[in-house]
Design a protein around this ligand. Structure first.
Ligand SMILES: [Cu+2]
Length: 131
């Protein structure tokens, strides 16, 4: 009888353990955070290579002293209507942090860019790659 109780206790502990493992495995984060820092006249990012299909949670901080854009553009593209995702300079003021979730759906060469008048020409772009 005592033995049976011990086996029941062991079985319960094992089941609770399995349930906990299953729970932690299924609650892994569903997006990858990317920290982007914007200033005059450059971008810094925690990631430059992006596998397609992953959900990225971009945290864009303006650490500069003037407003900037943050947009993901096909490499070298200057037509803002071609932006894959865009934060306007009217929103990204100095000291502000904004977030955007974005998933690349095709491989290619892209860049972070600021198209506030004159900034792109001053080098405000950063190449990124989607595999
Ligand atoms: Cu700018």
């Amino acid at each position: 009888m005592d033995r049976l109780l011990i086996w029941v206790a062991v079985a319960i502990v094992a089941l609770v353990g399995l349930w906990w493992l299953w729970g932690t495995a299924s609650h892994k984060p569903s997006s990858v955070e990317v920290q982007v820092t914007v200033s005059e006249y450059s971008f810094k990012t925690s990631l430059t290579d992006f596998p397609a299909g992953t959900v990225y949670h971009f945290k864009i901080t303006n650490a500069g002293t003037m407003a900037h854009d943050w947009m993901i553009m096909p490499a070298g593209e200057t037509d803002e209507s071609k932006a894959l995702v865009k934060v306007e300079d009217s929103d990204l003021k100095p000291g502000v942090t904004l977030t955007r979730d974005f998933t690349f759906n095709q491989a290619g060469e892209f860049e972070f860019a600021c198209h506030v008048e004159g900034h792109y020409e001053k080098g405000m772009k950063l190449p990124i790659s989607v595999k």
